[in-house]
Each structure stands twice: as C-alpha cells, then as structure tokens.
Design a protein around this ligand. Sequence first.
Ligand code: HEM
Ligand code: 2DC
Length: 469
Amino acid sequence: LARPFDEIPGEWKNGWVNLYRFWKEDGFHNIHGLMEKKFQTFGPIYREKIGYYESVNIIQPEDAAAIFKVEGIFPERLKVKPWVAYRDFRNKKYGILLKTGEEWRSNRLVLNKEVLSLHVIDQFLPLLNEVGEDFMNRIHHQIQRSGRGRWTADLSNELFRFALESVSYVLYGERLRLLQDCIDPEAQRFIDAVTKMFQTTSPMLYIPPKLLRTINSKIWTDHIGAWDVIFTQADKCIQNIYRDLRLNQKNKKEYNGVLANLLLLDKLHIDDIKASVTELMAGGVDTTSMTLQWTLYELARYPMVQDKLRAEVLAAKSEAQGDMSKVLKSVPLVKAAIKETLRLHPVAVSLQRYIRQDTVIQKYLIPAGTLVQVGLYAMGRDPTVFAKPEKYNPERWLEREANHFRGLGFGFGPRQCIGRRIAEMEMHLFLIHLLENFRIEVKREAEVKTTFDLILVPSKPIHLTLLPL
Ligand code: HEM
Ligand code: 2DC
C-alpha cells in the first residue's frame, strides 16, 4: 500500500517563509546547490514549496522513467511566468516553448519535421560544417596575430557568435558573418540581449510579474527590453527571407533553411511561424556555446581524455576521406563527451512535468496534477547513479546497458528539446574540427563552479589556451 502524499519529507508548509530562506541562502543563483543538498538531507524524494511554486523532487533514473510514462499527450513543464508575461504585455503569440494543449501539439508536429526529423538533419550537415570550419580558421588567425603561437582567451563571446551563426544559417539559409573581426553590431546586441533575458528571468521567477510591472521595477524593464531586442532582430531576419521568397529569389535546388520551408509548407499561421522561429533563434545561442565551453574546459583538465578523443577523430577522418557524414558515424567517444559534459554541467537544472495520473514514486502516492521535478544537476553528481561522479569520463557512456534514463540533458519524450539534433550536430562537428587542429589547455587554478542564471553557466570566466598541433 502506498504511503500518503502528505508524508513525503521536505519543507512545503509555508511557501513564503521558504522563499525568504531560499533568498537568504542565495538560492536565486545557487538553486542547483540547494537541490543537491536537499536530496542529501531528505533522500531520493522530497516535497517543497517556494513562494507559489509547489513540487515533488526526484533524483533516480527509474523514478524519472515513471514520471515520463504519465506525462500525457500534451506534456507540460513548469511555466516560466516572466516569459509568458512578456508575450501577453506585447500582445505576441506564444511559440512552441510556451504553447500548451492541442495547439502546442499541432505546431510541434509541423516543426519536428523541419528541425528534428532524421531526413532534414542531413541537410544541416554541410551548413553546420561550414560554420565549424570557419571557426577553426578564425582561431588560426588569432594565433598568428598573437605572435606567440597560441591563443589564450575567455571564449564565451566567440562561442556565442559561433552558436548564433550556426543556428541562423540553419534557420534562414544565410550567413550572418559573425566569425570575423568586425561584425554587425545588431547581432552583438542580440547576443547580449539573450544573456540579459536569461539573467533577468531568474530573480523574477518567484515574484508575480504583474507586481513587478505595476511598480515598474528595473528588473522588469530590463527583461522587457531584452525580449524587445530579441524579437526586433529576429523579425528583421524573418522579413528578409519572407521578401526574398515572394520575389522568388530563392534557389530551388539547394536547402533554403527552416524558415523558408515552413513558409512554403503553409501549414502554420505566419504569426505562429514567427513566434517559434524567434524562440529557436534565441534558444540556439547560450545553450550550445556554454556546453562547448564546459567541454573544452574538461578536455583541458583531462589531457588523457583529450588525446583519446583526438585519436578517434583522426582515425575516423582518414577512414572517411572527407565524408563528414561518415565521420559523424564513427566518433562514439566524441558524442559521449557531450553527454558527459551535460551530466556534470547540464543547461537545465531540472526537468519538470505535471503528471496526468496518480502515480506511486518511492512508495508515495503522487496525485495527478502535481508538478514533479527531476533534479538533473543533482542526478549527474549522485554517486549512487554515476560511479565516481566527480570524474570527467566520457567512456562511461559507451557501456550501453547502464544508461537507462541517465542521459536526460535534452529532456525526454514529445516535449524534449526541439533543437536537440541541431545542437548535437553543431557541437559534434565543432569538436571534430577543433581536436583535429588544436590542443586545448587551461591554467591550473581553482575549479570553476556553477551559477544559476536560469540556465546553468560557469561562475567565472574560463581562460582557455589553444595551440596548433
Ligand atoms: C527545450 C536543453 C539547445 C530550443 C529544452 C529542454 C531542455 C533543453 C532540457 C526542456 C525539455 C523537456 O522539458 O523535456 C537544451 C540543451 C541544449 C539545447 C542542453 C544544447 C546543449 C537548444 C537549441 C535550440 C533549443 C540549439 C534551438 C535551436 C528549445 C526549445 C525548447 C527547448 C524551443 C522548448 C520545446 C517545447 O516546449 O516543445 N531544451 N537545449 N534548444 N529547447 Fe533546448
Ligand atoms: C529553469 O525552475 C529553472 O532550453 C526553473 O533553449 C524550471 C525551468 C523551466 C524551463 C527550462 C528552464 C528551467 C531552463 C531553460 C530551459 C527551460 C525550457 C527551455 C529552456 C531548459 C529548468 C532552453 C534554454 C531554451 C530557451 C529558449 C528561449 C530562449 C526562447
């Protein structure tokens, strides 16, 4: 017999007292650390209420599997209220990120075909490969310019530019030309706006947006300002393509990008297309760039792992004789490295679902409608889930059987990350080219910690050194 819901351990009686404690313990920037500690205190399940957000938190892969079984056909995650508030405030439609129910599903199915399906990602390969190669040329150039045979820098902004160039090329079929010294200042504004948008979201998560709006607080105006830049910039890109299509200036033979295909397909309303394409463009910047940065950091700290990956890449390259699609099929360790990075440094601190059926987890009965969170960050560092969790060891992913519901960096099921295939291909190609050309080093200094800025990011700049091989 299942134990009652009210007996789940945790602090859930007074949400506002908990919010005060949460704030005092720097929870706004350390939510991942607090979650990790709570699992250590309460065990593999705990209930919590912070402000008006109430949830049940789980950490074990088997429990995650049980949750995704009862997510229903319109899975919903925790609603990020400031994002919804912006769209309501400016009278804009929600894209797939924020839509719910049947409307989410119908839009998502159309979009899946254009960004996630296996046949379409083959078309992305030459585009993402071109951007990857251009980035390597940029590194060579920077090394030459330094006159010291190496390039040491905080690569954050370089990687933002790489990521925006990549996702834009796929979406619009056109280059933004961000991998040169002088770039369009509007593009840099877009990049800065996405970061700002994330940063201003986290302190607003627990405060009703309406309240912030009425007192016209700085955080609210900054947040609105950031989204305004994002939408204005994306709209310019979208209008360009729209105009070119109407003037029939698109080449019928080559791949013209996700947006052109969606417009020609004519299955979604133009406002829905705009809303989702804007989200894809914004969603493609900080996510892949930060994951790549963490990967370079770990490869620099584990030179033996770096050498092993490089050996795999060189072998795959000489075998495939220039066919990148073949190379991608023979670099399991490179792919495992991305999984390993997302284990220790996930973009999302948790996955969440409102469950649609009563479910028993850890012997407790969880009623339908409850918000359940899978503590992704905590799971990745739990020694009962991953042996020697502190060690960066991509090879752990090569043993097939042991991975059941452990690689959840992109979420799971029909509501998983829609940018997943773009992100993976972009990051795999980047690493293949980088490992073939450069050695990565980092100064032996104190370990870089993690900060919660809605997505998880390095808590201080990472200075990496790239040396030609
Ligand atoms: C959703 C992670 C890159 C666009 C998500 C979710 C996660 C995630 C965990 C929630 C999934 C769930 O609830 O099951 C990541 C990671 C990335 C990445 C780790 C790269 C390392 C991207 C890129 C794009 C993107 C490149 C755009 C091209 C989105 C969108 C959603 C989403 C639009 C919402 C989908 C929906 O609600 O239907 N992502 N993401 N992401 N991601 Fe990503
Ligand atoms: C943040 O408590 C912490 O992929 C909250 O590309 C719960 C929560 C809900 C939704 C998550 C969010 C967290 C982190 C960032 C995610 C987001 C869903 C999609 C988004 C994971 C865990 C992200 C980064 C998208 C963003 C697209 C946007 C720029 C248009």
